[in-house]
Each structure stands twice: as structure tokens, then as C-alpha cells.
Ligand binder design. Structure first.
Ligand SMILES: [Zn+2]
Length: 276
């Protein structure tokens, strides 16, 4: 059974264009408003998801350029993900990660991945003295980026935006190994939404433990890896992976497996290696 079609869409449609469900939700909200009815979050969160794009078949990755507003997926020249093979040493500064020790995180399933949304804005990274706030993170299995043509079992994307709406995404590979305590809390919540098709909030998650893991980054200019594939993303892919146990990983891959966009041409883009 393909879980994508069992999944319910949720109200957490980000303003960043990450969800393919945006227009669906806007339409249902407008309809409700037209009747003068109050827009109920619960009604919205239980709408049945109708994917306009997917990773396979007639709505798969090769057709994303035909999705309304997503022609860049086909015509873009700075698309993501890429295969990272050759890197250029750089003296540019690494992102400085300043994640909080305690954050409440809303967990929901948007029909393409599980989205983890902090309820506060106190998780930030600094890039060239500019503050980017962590808006959400989500995962892909297997990884989207490759290192030397190799995929990892999974990849988490931490999506940050500055006040102008520019995006900086930190990608971290997932590797099977030691248990990850930070992920444990989130994965418990992920199991709960899997069983109940609902939203769940994990309290007091310590995201600060991630910072020490990420010391060296591969940086390049790229795009969203989902429609509309907008080319407004500065990518920072951590050289060091996060480890988690195979049981922890199974919770993720049971819900989504194969939600990775294929590798895109690098073109003339350079990948810089940044270290603190
Ligand atoms: Zn992603």
C-alpha cells in the first residue's frame, strides 16, 4: 500500500512554497469563507490530499516542469540536488548555527514528507552577519545530494529564511549507527501522526545538539528540490552525517521512501568547502 495516498494533508502550508498542497488549501478556505462559515483549522487539517506532483509515474519528477508555476523545474540552470564530487577550498565563513536547547515542534505529514515546524523563532543561523531563522525541517529517503555519486540512507533539510525571504538550507546526511536522542523525541511524534493521521507537537526538543555535528559544509547556489524548484536557495550540506539506529530510521522510511529528486546538472557552479 502506498502511504502517500493515505496521508492527510495538514494546515502547515509554509509560505516558502514547499508544499504542493498550497492551492488545494487556499481553495478550500475560500469556499468556506464564501459560505460565511468560520474557517476551522480542524476541517482544513483533515482534507484529503490530492497530490499534483509525486516522485513516480505520471506526476513524477520528470513532469514537475508541467506543474502550474513550476516551469523552473525544467528550465532552471541552478537546480538541486547535485552530486558533490569536486570541492573548492574557500575562506568564506561557515554558517554559525545557534539552535535552542528547548523548542516545541509541530509535526505533520504534507503528503510528500514529514514536516517539523518550530513554534518559535529562536533557532537561527548567521551567514555573513545576517540572521536566518529556522522555519521547518523535513527528510528525504534516500538522500537527495550525493557525495562522490553515493547516496546516504536519508537526508534532513533544515530550511532557514532571512527577513527578505532568501533561503539557506542546511542538509545533513543520515547514516545508520548510534541512536540520536534529539531525533528520538521527534520520531515518537512521527509514529503518533502515522497512527492517527493527525498533527502532534513534540515539546522541549533540544536542537542545540545538532550544532557540534556540523563543522564542515559544502556550499553552492541551488534550488528547492520540490516544485516550484525556485532558484533562491543557498545550500550548506554538512560533510558529517547524523547517525541514528536502524529502528529509528525505519520509522522515517516506513512513512516515506523514495521521496528524493534525482541529481541535477551542476553546470558551471562551484561547490565550496567551508569550515569553522
Ligand atoms: Zn527537502
Amino acid at each position: 500500500m502506498n502511504r502517500h495516498y493515505l496521508a492527510v494533508a495538514t494546515i502547515a502550508v509554509s509560505t516558502l512554497g514547499f508544499s504542493g498542497c498550497t492551492s488545494h488549501h487556499q481553495a478550500s478556505k475560500e469556499q468556506l469563507s464564501d459560505t460565511g462559515a468560520t474557517v476551522m483549522a480542524s476541517q482544513d487539517s483533515h482534507s484529503v490530499h490530492q497530490p499534483k506532483w509525486s516522485y513516480k509515474g505520471s506526476t513524477g519528477t520528470e513532469y514537475w516542469g508541467d506543474v502550474e508555476g513550476a516551469s523552473t523545474c525544467k528550465t532552471g540552470k541552478q537546480q538541486s540536488p547535485i552530486n558533490i564530487t569536486k570541492v573548492t577550498a574557500s575562506s568564506a565563513a561557515s554558517p554559525i548555527i545557534d539552535y535552542a536547547q528547548s523548542t516545541d515542534i509541530r509535526i505533520n505529514d504534507n503528503g510528500h514528507t514529514v514536516v517539523y515546524t518550530p513554534t518559535t523563532e529562536n533557532n537561527t543561523i548567521m551567514l555573513d552577519n545576517e540572521r536566518y531563522v529556522l522555519k521547518q525541517f523535513h527528510y528525504h529517503t534516500p538522500s537527495e545530494h550525493q557525495f562522490g555519486s553515493q547516496n546516504y540512507p536519508g537526508e534532513i533539510h533544515f530550511v532557514h529564511a532571512n527577513s527578505k525571504g532568501n533561503l539557506a538550507v542546511v542538509g545533513v546526511m543520515l547514516k545508520i549507527g548510534e541512536a540520536n536522542d534529539m531525533l528520538r523525541v521527534l520520531l515518537n511524534g512521527t509514529e503518533i501522526i502515522t497512527q492517527n493521521d493527525d498533527e502532534f507537537t513534540a515539546n522541549d526538543v533540544d536542537l542545540s545538539t545538532l550544532a557540534p555535528v556540523m563543522a564542515t559544509f559544502y556550499h553552492y547556489s541551488g534550488s528547492l528540490t520540490t516544485p516550484p524548484c525556485s532558484e533562491k536557495v543557498q545550500w550548506y550540506v554538512s560533510k558529517q552525517p547524523l547517525t541514528l539506529t536502524s529502528d529509528q530510521f525505519k520509522i522515517m522510511s516506513n512513512l516515506y521512501e523514495g521521496n528524493n529528486r534525482p541529481i541535477q546538472p551542476q553546470g558551471s557552479r562551484k561547490v565550496e568547502q567551508l569550515s569553522n
